[in-house]
Write a protein that binds this ligand. Structure first.
Ligand code: SF4
Length: 710
């Protein structure tokens, strides 16, 4: 028999925010291979282990959600039903609850792994049709502190930098980012630049000696949560030594005097003491940054997943503004997006406090603009911000929200203090889970399971960490009866319109992903992320492009604020005086260890995809708790022994591993493992739901715990 011909489809990796381009080989029914796209500017042909093994995940239908399922009561298992029955049920139950209790009695919890087009339709469904802003996303757990800080300091969301800056910086500060593992393809570009120029300095700020830290010229192994004190101490030294840029501060910023008053107290000695590092090291870091011709900061969850995440971001941005290290090649604060499309989700306003195209719900002018563009009355848009992730699930638990629709995410794994999330989903009157996989920790709570398409089967766009929009294209048909996420949302929306005649009509019935993208870009006109000039044919012709790309433009913008004019009302960036505050849950005699959480190199989120590839287990074959050997010796614990990790909220049992990557008094566990792999819950059994007051992002990175023999 002649084997079927292999065709190649240009698409994008579905894992991290690097957004690597891929070429997918398929024989019409199966994905048979993958290569890095040599023409994609993000990766130039490279892929990491996760990207390279994507075809192995696509070949397995085991564990996929293939058919709609429904249960009529909680004592019955779900049964397979046809799509109309499932969609009618979802629409009817949501309509009933909205009519009985009002629009804020329902909620949607979506995902930074959705495509922009999916995100757009869900956001329009919640805000335009239902009239609730109770739509939040797992991006709240990932990037919301970076968003809050960009808006406060620079006037708009989105990094001012681009990937080409990686090769142009002569000082690179990594803060709370193990980039060698979490964003490996970009890290290779940095490594190559450093190999070519020995003068380039790397500073890593991290309480763990990660692989990234091990390669740094200077590792500031700070005590957990002390980043703000460190950055304030560095700024103190920069001011004292005259290493700031007064001309830049005068011309382009506001608020420096107040910040200067605050950091007067943060002498390098005092800051170094708080951080548990050497004063001389703190000074060296400040000197390298202050004397650099182009300083770039790369940061991720170590700053964001904190009850003071916005302040940590702001304190770092202060350093860039004070030294004029922003808006020029190789310089600036650069948040590395965790998920593949957290940026795209923000662009369509898919969070509880946002409206489309980076508009704010509380801004009446913004509501009027969106209402006009959707062709509805401004009063149809609720002026009240919806509930962000942690508060949203709390409201479900309290019975205030009665129906929840979870899309493409696994909150029973990823939310802090998981037991409360389980209780919430048990308490809810009606739970819909829309998923590509039928065996996540959240699926057992579903009254209706809606099977969705996944990577290799979907069409749309994603935006990566450098504001670059790439096409995602299908290489094979969806398995079973799975449908595109936007199609499912659109089908429910059309039914809901009929059931809620007093709500706006005619908002749905999208033909395809391109139609959705065109509507989305029409809402961006004259906004900071204006892509009114960028459409699918242009993306087809030119490949992935960066925003903004307004109508009539001949290209996107690699760097923002190069002219020193920021997106604030007066064009000036804002300094923010950020006092240091300790972690939300300090250690004490009952819970004496700092627990740090983080990622592994070859696993992704809750492992629903990567956990199915044997090759990806080779790097880290089993879940462990890392502890410094001196701590273990003091407690009489052996390597490999099972230990119980307990916090005020919950516990789990893991084998112990000795590691000098952590300091004494600190332990580390990866965030990926969950009930599927451990026979008990994951590390978020122990984490706490304390959130940043400005971004509502929870402190997933740290908790106080006790460790004892199991
Ligand atoms: Fe995929 Fe990220 Fe790896 Fe690129 S670096 S191949 S986007 S997981």
């Amino acid at each position: 028999l002649t084997p079927p011909p292999i065709t190649q489809t240009r698409s994008t990796c579905c894992y991290c925010g690097v957004g690597c381009g891929v070429l997918i080989d398929s024989d019409g029914t199966r994905i048979t291979g993958i290569q890095g796209d040599p023409d994609h500017p993000a990766n130039r042909g490279r892929l990491c282990t996760k990207g390279l093994t994507l075809p192995l995940t696509a070949q397995q239908q085991t564990g996929r959600a293939l058919y709609p399922e429904l249960r009529l009561n909680r004592h019955m298992p779900r049964q397979r039903v046809d799509w109309d029955t499932a969609l009618d049920t979802v629409a009817q139950r949501f309509a009933d609850i909205i009519q009985r209790h009002g629009p804020d009695a329902v909620a949607l919890y979506v995902s930074g792994q959705l495509l922009t087009e999916d995100y757009y339709v869900f956001n329009k469904l919640a805000k335009g049709l239902i009239g609730t802003n109770n739509i939040d996303t797992n991006s709240r757990l990932c990037m919301s502190s970076a968003v809050a800080a960009y808006k406060l300091a620079l006037g708009a969301d989105g990094p001012p930098t681009c990937y080409d800056d990686l090769e142009l910086a002569d000082c690179v500060l990594f803060a709370g980012s193990n980039m060698a593992w979490a964003h490996p393809v970009l890290y290779r570009r940095l490594e190559a630049a450093k190999a070519a120029d020995a003068q380039i300095k790397w500073i890593v700020v991290d309480p763990r000696r990660t692989d990234t830290a091990a390669q740094a010229d200077l590792h500031l192994q700070i005590q957990p949560g002390t980043d703000v004190a460190l950055f304030n101490g560095m700024l103190h030294h920069l001011i004292w030594e005259g290493l700031i840029d007064p001309a830049y501060i005068d011309a382009h910023t506001a608020g420096f005097a107040e910040l200067k008053r605050l950091v007067r107290d943060y002498t390098p000695r005092m800051a170094a003491e708080i951080c548990g590092v050497l004063e001389a090291d703190l000074i060296t870091a400040a000197e390298w940054m202050g004397r650099s011709s182009a300083a770039l900061s790369l940061y991720c969850m170590g700053l964001n997943q904190s009850a003071h995440g916005t302040d940590k971001n702001l304190a770092l941005i202060n350093l860039h503004l004070a030294t004029g290290q922003i808006g020029k090649p190789g310089a600036g604060p650069f948040s590395l997006t965790g998920q593949p499309n957290a940026m795209g989700g923000r662009e369509v306003g898919g969070m509880a406090n946002m409206l489309a195209a980076h508009r704010d719900i509380t801004n009446a002018e913004h509501r009027a603009e969106v209402a006009a563009l959707w062709g509805i009355a401004p009063a149809q848009l609720s002026p009240n911000p919806g509930l962000p992730a942690v508060a949203l699930f709390e409201a479900v638990r309290a019975g205030q929200i009665k129906a929840i629709w979870v899309v493409c995410t696994n909150p029973v794994h990823s939310m802090p203090d998981i037991d409360k999330v389980r209780a919430a989903l048990q308490q809810a009157e009606f739970v819909v889970v829309q998923e590509a996989y039928g065996n996540t920790d959240t699926v057992p709570f579903a009254d209706v399971l809606l099977p969705a398409t996944s990577w290799g089967e979907k069409s749309g766009t994603v935006t990566n960490s450098e504001r670059r929009i790439s096409r995602v294209r299908p290489a094979i048909a969806a398995p079973g009866e799975a449908r595109a996420d936007w199609q499912i949302a659109d089908a429910v929306a059309q039914r809901l319109q009929n059931l809620l005649p007093s709500r706006p009509q005619g908002l749905f019935g999208f033909a395809d992903a391109e139609t959705i993208f065109n509507e989305h870009r029409s809402l961006t006109t004259d906004r900071d992320l204006d892509i009114s000039g960028l459409d699918y044919p242009l993306l087809e012709q030119l490949g992935p492009q960066q925003w903004p790309w307004p109508s009539g433009a001949s290209g996107g913008q690699a760097r923002r604020y190069s002219d020193g004019v920021f997106a604030t009302a007066d064009g000036r960036a804002r300094f923010h005086a950020t006092p240091y505050r300790p972690v939300a849950e300090p250690t004490n005699s009952r819970y004496p260890f700092h627990l740090l959480t983080g990622r592994l190199r070859d696993q992704w989120h809750g492992m629903s995809r990567t956990g199915r590839v044997p090759a990806l287990w080779a790097h880290t074959p089993q879940a462990t708790l890392s502890m410094h050997p001196m701590d273990a010796e003091r407690r009489g614990l052996q390597a490999g022994q099972l230990v119980k990790i307990s916090s005020k909220r919950g516990q789990l049992i893991l084998p112990l591993a000795f590691s000098d990557e952590v300091t004494t008094g600190t332990v580390f566990a990866a965030m990926h493992w969950n009930a599927q792999f451990l026979h008990c819950g994951g590390i978020n059994e122990t984490t706490l739901g304390s959130v940043d007051p400005q971004s509502a992002q929870p402190e997933l990175k740290h908790a106080a715990v006790r460790i004892e023999a199991a």
